[in-house]
Each structure stands twice: as C-alpha cells, then as structure tokens.
Ligand binder design. Structure first.
Ligand code: 3PZ
Ligand code: ZN
Length: 351
C-alpha cells in the first residue's frame, strides 16, 4: 500500500491527536514517571544502579526516551550525555555499556539511538561505526553480538536497525541477512533466536522488525503470526511472551509493535492492555513494573509509557497507516522514531 504526502500528514496528525487524547484521560502519571526516571539517574550508587552499571548505555536510552515521550527531555544536559556516550566508544567503532567496558552490538544500538534522539548523530564517524557493525555479519548472513561470536536474531535486528538509522544498510549483505532471519521462522508463524529455536514475542519483534526495515515482510505469514501474537493476551488484559507464561508490560510492546508491523493490531483488545499497564504504575512514587504490585524499573517504565502513548488511541487506527510507509526512504524524523522505535523511524515527513 502506498500513501501520498497528504494521507501521510493526516495519519500523523490523527496519531498526535490520539496520543494527546490518551494523556488528557489523566490516568498515566506523566509527572511522576518523569520524576522517577530523573531520580534513578541521580541515585548512582544504590542497589538498582549497581545492577544496571554494566548496561548503563541501554538504561540511558530507555530513560531518555521515556523523558522525551513524556515531553521532559529539556530537563537533561544534552552535551554532558553526548560526551559520556562518546567516552564509551571503543577504538573498533563499537560502544560499551559503560566507560571502559567491551563493545557489544547491544550497547552500540542504544548509543546510536541516544544520539539520534538528541539529534547529535553528526558527532559520529558514521563509516567507522557502520564498518564495525558490518564486521559482525557471518558467512551465513547471521550476526554475532561481538567479536566472541554468539549468534542471535536479536543481533540481526540490531545491526539492521542501526545501519538503517545511519543510512548505511548497503554495508552488509542484506539478502543473506534476510535469508538467515527467514531460516529462523517456525511452523507456528513465529520466529526463534536461531534456526529451530522456540517462538518468543521478543524474538518475533526482532525478526519482523528486521524484515520490515529491509522491505521483506512478504516472508511473514501475517494471519498465522497474528493469531499466535493475539493469543498472548491473558484475562487480565496483559500480554505474555510465550504460551503459559505470566503477562508482563514489556511484552505489550513486543507483541503490539509486531502486530502493527503485520497490520493485525486491531485483533487485540487495546483498552484491556492499557488498563493492565495503568495497573502496573506506582501511583505514589512514579515508575511502571512488569506486572501489578511488583517493583518498578526504568525498562518497564519505558515500555509502559511507549505502549500507552500509542494505544490510548482506542478506535483510531493511524498506526497501521503509518506503518504502511515503512518502505519509504528511511530518513528518521526523530520525533516519530522515538515514539515507536521501529515503526515510525522510516517516515519521511520533510517533503
Ligand atoms: C530487564 N535485560 O538482561 S537485562 C532489563 N530484563 O539487562 C532491564 N521483563 O533484573 C531492567 N524480565 C529490568 N531496569 C529487566 C533488560 C533483559 C530484560 C529482564 C526482564 C524484563 C522480565 C525478567 C533482556 C532489551 C534489552 C535487554 C533485554 C530485553 C530487551 C534484570 C534482569 C535482566 C536484565 C537487567 C536487570 C533487574 C531494568
Ligand atoms: Zn518485562
């Protein structure tokens, strides 16, 4: 499906109006969640921060993206963040999770996302970074996470997403990359981490995302996969990642964004998902947990806010419309890219 500029603009306006409608419902504790994120950043040496020490780059991405979604990005010192991010870059071109840590593709994507979010991609030596990512592609098209070689379709998505943000997708063998992801497709319509690996919502998000970016969604059996994904919704309204598992806020994201990419998100009860997420808020101190009454963390706060932002849009369906433009020239307007990291970053509204 193709949309002209006007339809594209209308989808976006519709989407924005819907998001605002969601916020004026006054149920998502916008102020408190922003305060929570800012407080985590300040408490550098308590337990939570020590656990997160080795993945501070991911944490920075989750936290900053949440602040941006909540309209509070102005409260941070952008130059300080940029210089910290750059101090995590290794001579190979890849980024570590913190200063002095070994580079890994997991942290490299977060670093690129943070810089894109702050509109500072120009501080990067883009070709050096793109060459680092390309060096992680294996002969069979798969990607390793770092020089030690663990292979996983998550890394295929990360590599493809990163290179697409950097406009350097041509640095890898896209055809082989796509074929490898397709070789991880299962009979249930889902995808695993390696060929024959069990289907899992997080892994499905990565594989469908990689195929969406490369314009290869025709490899997905949309009805079969859509059915499997819809079955992830449990009685409480929350979504799980695999059959028989408990619901978890972060799976709302993996499942819903996968459904959006295959145009089947209307198959799910979005109001019930929203209700579940709202029930996971710490209404006193801010933050969102994996399920009601658990401890909050930055990761689930990010996914909870991201899904709320998109899915309070109840009867309105601009998301699918926007996704249909996935194959348009991938120049990310950062605003949309952060709202929905995968689906909107292809949009080119700069005419
Ligand atoms: C969490 N990681 O391996 S982790 C993560 N999980 O680095 C971050 N839902 O214990 C936070 N589970 C919390 N703040 C959890 C990121 C995991 C995902 C664990 C989790 C989430 C249920 C059990 C893997 C992108 C990047 C990484 C992941 C997924 C997607 C943990 C446990 C694991 C990890 C970190 C902390 C507090 C936060
Ligand atoms: Zn979770």
């Amino acid at each position: 499906m193709h949309f002209n500029g006007e339809q594209q603009r209308q989808s976006i306006i519709c989407f924005l109006v819907c998001s605002l409608k969601g916020f004026t419902m006054g149920e998502l504790e916008v102020e408190k969640h922003a305060q929570y994120i800012l407080s985590v950043e300040k408490r550098k040496d308590d337990f939570e921060s020590v656990v997160m020490e080795h993945l501070r780059m991911n944490g920075a991405y989750w936290g900053l993206t949440t602040l941006d979604l909540l309209g509070k990005l102005e409260t941070v010192d952008k130059d300080e963040i940029v210089s910290w991010v750059m101090s995590c870059q290794h001579e190979s071109g890849g980024f570590g999770g913190n200063v002095g840590h070994d580079p890994h593709i997991l942290y490299t994507l977060s670093a690129v996302q943070v810089l894109a979010l702050l509109d500072k991609l120009d501080v990067l030596d883009i070709d050096k970074l793109a060459n680092y990512i390309a060096s992680l592609q294996n002969e069979d098209g798969s990607f390793s996470g770092d020089m030690w070689g663990e292979v996983d379709t998550r890394f295929s998505y990360i590599a493809i997403c990163c290179l697409s943000l950097l406009h350097r997708i041509d640095k890898i063998n896209v055809e082989k990359a796509v074929n490898y992801v397709v070789s991880c497709k299962n009979l249930d319509g889902g995808f695993g981490s390696i060929p024959g690996g069990e289907s899992h919502a997080g892994q499905i998000f990565c594989c469908v995302g990689a195929l969406a970016i490369t314009g290869s969604l025709h490899h997905v059996d949309k009805d079969l996969l859509g059915w499997w994904l819809c079955e992830r919704q449990v009685k409480s309204g929350g979504l799980n990642g695999r059959p028989e598992k408990l619901p978890d806020v972060c799976y709302s994201w993996w499942v819903l964004s996968s459904l959006i990419m295959i145009d089947r998100v209307h198959w799910i009860n979005k109001e019930k998902v929203a209700r579940f997420i709202l029930d996971c808020q710490d209404k006193e101190n801010g933050g969102i947990s994996d399920r009601p009454d658990d401890a909050v963390d930055v990761f689930h706060t990010y996914f909870g806010v991201a899904v709320s932002d998109n899915d309070f849009s109840d009867s309105c369906t601009p998301l699918e419309g926007i996704h249909c433009m996935a194959m348009v020239d991938p120049k990310p307007p950062v605003l949309f890219y952060i709202v929905m990291e995968l689906d909107f970053h292809f949009l080119n509204i700069r005419d």
